[in-house]
Design a protein around this ligand. Structure first.
Ligand code: SF4
Length: 485
């Protein structure tokens, strides 16, 4: 169980891994790594949002969200990002932490889309003329669960009310087990241009241990078909720390992934939380790698991706150098929101569907997380927001800093001072000592007008972000976080 406040990592032994064949400048010099892992590996937020979700408030609801949308409508020419949550799966994979159900009937999916349509109409009325969309993402659950008819219906619900820009990023998460070529053709005709494949691990024994049997041949054939159809920006989700995952087996998965060459790879850390996610009890805890083995899985995969030419984005995403995310990062314009890393993020993003999250007019808002409650609220003519938060000026400054750190590996002092009219050393005076320690540990370099992460610092990026998180200071948050490394 992982709770904040911080607990030191109990290492079961020295890591055997050493970097013996470093080529690229992004492969970390890890001679000091064991020491730093002992010092820094601890539970902490992932910073997909700042402030983090556990500090959002239950008194942020329908009225507050309406006000945020009304304010947002005052910028009619600004684009929007939209997320659609499809909370359905064919069956529950034992490792999965997503908010989903296993309701399979087409009628249920159809009625759900009718409710989403109602929610969309509520929002569209308040947004008035603000309707241009630069980023449209479908996630879940798995949107692959929908029939072709419901896929078209879901798309049309949105395209009737919003103008999806010609150059918009239109992306979808796919379960390769239940996605066929006909579906890919349909997605292409609708305008989807980014696909994300749930892969997790190619090994059949590991798949059995997580209740997700996924034929490797089918995944590879579907991937090749998508390539032949001209899709760019294809992502593979991989997970390290799964039951029965050994270094040798995971290296096979990483090698196969590199050989296939998806444009993007998200390498997620498996968080085993059987108390809050009871379905994870189907996983035998004795099959899980130890904490030190898990770190070795991550660092080895990281090194293999970097050595094969992938560029590091954030802590655990890898992209081909010619991918637009890598180019955006080198130009300092990479952005991140709940949908992932992007170059098309707008200031405001709207989530639709059960449990979805919105960020509008500097306010977070999250929908109810069960189908019945979400549906009931929308049918009553109200938004289904059950928690959220309006950000203070201080939150916005820290949010900007942490986002820049996570996306572009730096803290741009001049930009922060100019944008927010602050003096960095004064404003963050209580953090300077921590920054000095990060520098002494070789994680940060202080330059004239910026702090830049070293290659080693990129491994501990969440720890550095935590130093700027005002909600972690002096708070006894009883929250389960994944480990920072
Ligand atoms: S991993 Fe994907 S398909 Fe499996 S339960 Fe989670 S969302 Fe559903």
């Amino acid at each position: 169980m992982e709770f904040f406040p911080i607990l030191p990592l109990k290492m079961s032994g020295q890591l055997s891994r050493q970097c013996t064949h470093s080529k690229g400048d992004e492969v970390a010099d890890n001679s000091n790594l064991d020491k730093l892992l002992k010092k820094y590996d601890r539970p902490g937020p992932r910073y997909t949002s700042y402030p983090m979700v556990p500090v959002w408030k239950s008194d942020f609801g329908h009225e507050e969200y309406v006000r945020a949308l009304e304010n947002s409508s005052k910028k009619p020419d600004e684009p929007l990002s939209i997320y659609l949550h499809i909370p359905f799966c064919r069956q529950r994979c034992w490792f999965c932490g997503c908010n989903t159900t296993t309701l399979k009937k087409e009628g249920t999916h159809n009625s759900y889309l009718d409710i989403v349509d109602k929610e969309l109409n509520l929002a569209a009325d308040l947004l008035s003329k603000r309707r241009r969309v630069s980023q449209f993402h479908w996630g879940g659950g798995t949107p692959s669960c929908l029939s072709n008819e419901n896929t078209v219906k879901a798309f049309e619900i949105f395209s009737r009310k919003f103008k999806i820009a010609d150059n918009a990023e239109v992306s979808i998460e796919l379960d390769p087990r239940i996605t066929d070529e006909e579906r890919i053709q349909l997605l292409k005709s609708l305008g989807f241009n980014r696909l994300s494949f749930g892969v997790q691990d190619f090994n059949a024994d590991i798949q059995t241990a997580i209740g997700r049997n996924q034929d490797e041949k089918k995944t590879v054939e579907l991937y090749r078909y998508c390539r032949d159809e001209g899709f760019q920006g294809i992502n593979f989700d991989l997970i390290y720390g799964l039951p029965k995952q050994t270094l040798g087996l995971f290296k096979d998965t990483v090698r196969k992934t590199i050989d296939l060459g998806p444009d993007r790879i998200a390498l997620y850390n498996f968080a085993y939380l059987p108390d809050s996610k009871p379905h994870q009890r189907l996983i035998r805890s004795e099959d899980l790698p130890s904490p030190s083995e898990k770190i070795e899985l991550f660092l080895t995969a990281r090194e293999m991706f970097l050595e094969s030419g992938y560029k590091l984005i954030g802590m655990d995403h890898f992209v081909l150098p010619e991918d637009e995310l890598a180019i955006a990062q080198s130009e300092g314009r990479l952005r991140r929101n709940f949908m992932g890393y992007t170059v098309k993020a707008s200031e405001d993003w709207l989530g639709f569907g059960m449990s979805s999250i919105s960020y509008v007019d500097n306010s977070f808002a999250q929908n109810l997380s069960t189908l019945d409650l979400y549906q009931k609220k929308i049918e009553e003519g109200s938004f289904a927001v059950y928690r959220g938060m309006r950000l203070s000026e201080d939150d916005i400054i820290r949010q900007y800093l942490i986002a820049d750190l996570m996306c572009n590996f730096k803290i741009d002092i001049t930009e922060l001072e100019n944008k927010f009219k602050i003096t960095f050393n004064k404003y963050f005076g209580d953090t300077l000592e921590a920054l000095k320690i990060f520098q002494d540990d070789g994680l940060l370099i202080e330059e004239a007008d910026a702090y830049t992460l070293t290659d080693m610092g990129k491994i501990f990026i969440r720890n550095i972000a935590m130093a700027f998180d005002s909600y972690l200071k002096g708070n006894d948050l009883k929250v389960q976080f994944s480990r920072t490394v």
